[in-house]
Design a protein around this ligand. Structure first.
Ligand code: ADP
Ligand code: MG
Length: 396
């Protein structure tokens, strides 16, 4: 790997600026889910064990370059203190004399949390002056915010170019998992791409067909591919103006030796609501007044067979409208099959995407996947084959 880890850095007696993602959900001034905070603990503990002083840099929400009191990281400081089990000193600016003084005064094992980097317009503009003022506060930079790595901001990109830089433990785990899934994977590789629309995932599909051996297409976007093949889908969600794009992706896949798997049977209903009557029909038999809301059991069996013949799985997007039963059935069954194969040591499975992670959790399958990415946009941009500026800057 071209990027450095904590193991490569000398930290004893040094101030380590650590970019983290603690953009946690809050309700009525209280943090409702501390997962993101809990996940920075290994990096913080490791740096302290190596004799470094930890200074946390983070954004919170979207203040757009202005001081917005409701978006202050002061509201999160208590939760950070509790999760880390260490004293946290909060400073109301991420640069300047107050920050420098607080860092100098922090005792051994204490953590300094600096105010929302996005209170400065220079953060999102990746302003060199702001990055320089951040760099002046420490001697080493660690980026543990993979989920913010698709943005070239002062605290994610500019700063990494000014100090000796390394990936934190969380970033390291994410990069290793992604490398194992698409970088230099064990073949054959199958990708599952589902979700609502083709239009939001064109680049992702176009990149994947050049990299994987099998592409399973599900969800609403499969309907667009069916339309592209001349199959009627009734009142289903389908982007008919994307049919030519879908055909291009099919041609690209053929050229690259990637087998595309579309549904062979589907679950249809007249209404998308709990308890609506539904039936399984052949993929060519969707009634004109019905909607395709899930893949059928024959399709699931075919998907399981593809999984069984592959060594690596990468998954983004549910196979059906999983939020309402029974339209979660295909996603749940396929997720459990992947989980079983992974548990048996036969499959490396990586999944990401907001709804995907929710669906895999709902299926009780997420825990058995090799890696679940919670990075959202950064995960999708990586699946699209894009260079992530925050990662590129660590390459030195
Ligand atoms: P992710 O957040 O994991 O990237 P997407 O946002 O692309 O996933 O897709 C998830 C959405 O796709 C869900 O809201 C789901 O209901 C919807 N969806 C999946 N299949 C269908 C379908 N056949 N018809 C309508 N919506 C669908
Ligand atoms: Mg989504």
């Amino acid at each position: 790997m071209a990027w450095k880890t904590l193991d490569d850095m000398a930290m004893a007696g040094k101030v380590v600026l650590v970019r983290v993602d603690i953009n946690v959900p809050m309700e009525a001034g209280r943090v409702t889910d501390t997962t993101r905070i809990d996940k920075i603990r290994p990096t913080v503990e490791d740096i302290i064990a190596r004799g470094g002083k930890v200074v946390l840099l983070a954004h919170f929400d979207r203040p757009k370059g202005k001081v917005v009191p409701e978006m202050s990281l002061a509201h999160v400081a208590g939760a950070v203190e509790k999760s880390l089990g260490r004293k946290v000193v909060f400073v109301s600016d991420c640069v300047g004399d107050a920050a420098a003084a607080a860092i100098a005064n922090a005792g051994p094992g204490e953590v300094v949390l600096l105010e929302n980097t996005r209170f400065h317009p220079g953060e999102e503009a990746n302003d060199a002056g702001l990055a320089g003022r951040m760099a002046a506060l420490g001697q080493v930079y660690v980026n543990d915010a993979f989920s913010a790595a698709h943005r070239a901001h002062a605290s994610t990109e500019g700063l990494a170019r000014l100090l000796p830089a390394a990936a934190g433990r969380l970033m390291e785990a994410e990069l290793r998992a992604l490398e194992a899934a698409l970088g230099s994977p064990q073949r054959p590789v199958v990708a599952v791409v589902g979700g609502a629309k083709v239009s939001t995932k064109i680049e992702l599909l176009a990149n994947l067909v050049t990299k994987v051996d099998h592409l399973v297409i599900g969800g609403g976007m499969a309907n667009t591919f069916l339309v592209a093949e001349g199959i009627e889908v009734g009142r289903s969600l389908a982007e008919r103006d994307m049919a030519e794009t879908a055909r291009e992706i099919i041609r690209k896949a053929q050229g690259a030796g990637c087998a595309i798997h579309l549904p062979v049977d589907v679950v249809v209903a007249r209404e998308f609501k709990a308890g609506a009557a539904s039936e399984v029909v052949g993929v060519r038999d969707c009634p004109m007044d019905a909607m395709i809301l899930d893949a059928g059991p024959k399709t699931v069996t075919a998907i399981e067979a593809v999984f069984a013949g592959c060594s690596t799985l990468i998954w983004n997007g549910p196979l059906g409208a999983f939020e309402i039963a029974p339209f979660d059935a295909a996603t749940t069954a396929a997720a459990r099959a992947a989980a079983r194969l992974t548990k048996a040591g036969k499959l490396i499975s990586v999944a990401g995407g907001g709804d995907t992670v929710a669906a895999l959790n709902q299926a009780g399958a997420a825990g058995d996947f090799t890696f679940i990415s919670t990075a959202g946009g950064a995960f999708l941009e990586w699946m699209e084959g894009k260079d992530l500026p925050g990662v590129a800057a660590l390459m030195g």
